[in-house]
Ligand binder design. Structure first.
Ligand SMILES: [Zn+2]
Length: 135
């Protein structure tokens, strides 16, 4: 009987969880948590894809930009965004178009090598698209 059990059995029933008489159990008010810990939701949906305008180089939602693709030496607008091939994005405004034209951003963005005899990209169709009011 001198051996001590390594595990103290039997101590479980001794827990004194019963509150003493005359002392009501008070639950803590947990509603007082600091509400500043809650991060506010980003109003701009992060799921919206973002593209860079090749004219003004500003980033904008893809839906705000006009996609253009190069086909047979011509830059054509692709409002539906479904044309195959390499596309570039710019604001559907003449200002951004001319910025991109001046910087030769179309050839760069569309991987059009004007120096190898292919000639410059024909931008007339796109310019007409941008100067024509939307029906
Ligand atoms: Zn732009």
């Amino acid at each position: 009987m001198a051996h001590r059990h390594p595990l103290r059995r039997g101590a479980r029933g001794l827990s004194r969880s019963r509150p003493r008489s005359g002392q009501p159990v008070r639950s803590r008010d947990r509603n007082a948590l600091d509400s500043s810990l809650v991060t506010p939701q980003d109003p701009r949906r992060p799921s919206e894809p973002v593209r860079t305008c090749i004219g003004c180089r500003k980033r904008a939602a893809k839906s705000e930009l006009l996609r253009v693709v190069a086909g047979a030496g011509t830059v054509v607008p692709d409002p539906g965004g479904s044309a195959p091939g390499r596309g570039a994005h710019l604001h559907p405004s003449l200002a951004c178009f001319e910025l991109a034209e001046r910087k030769r951003a179309f050839g760069r963005a569309l991987r059009h090598d004007a120096g190898s005899g292919a000639g410059a990209l024909d931008l007339a169709g796109l310019r007409e698209h941008l100067t024509t009011p939307v029906r």
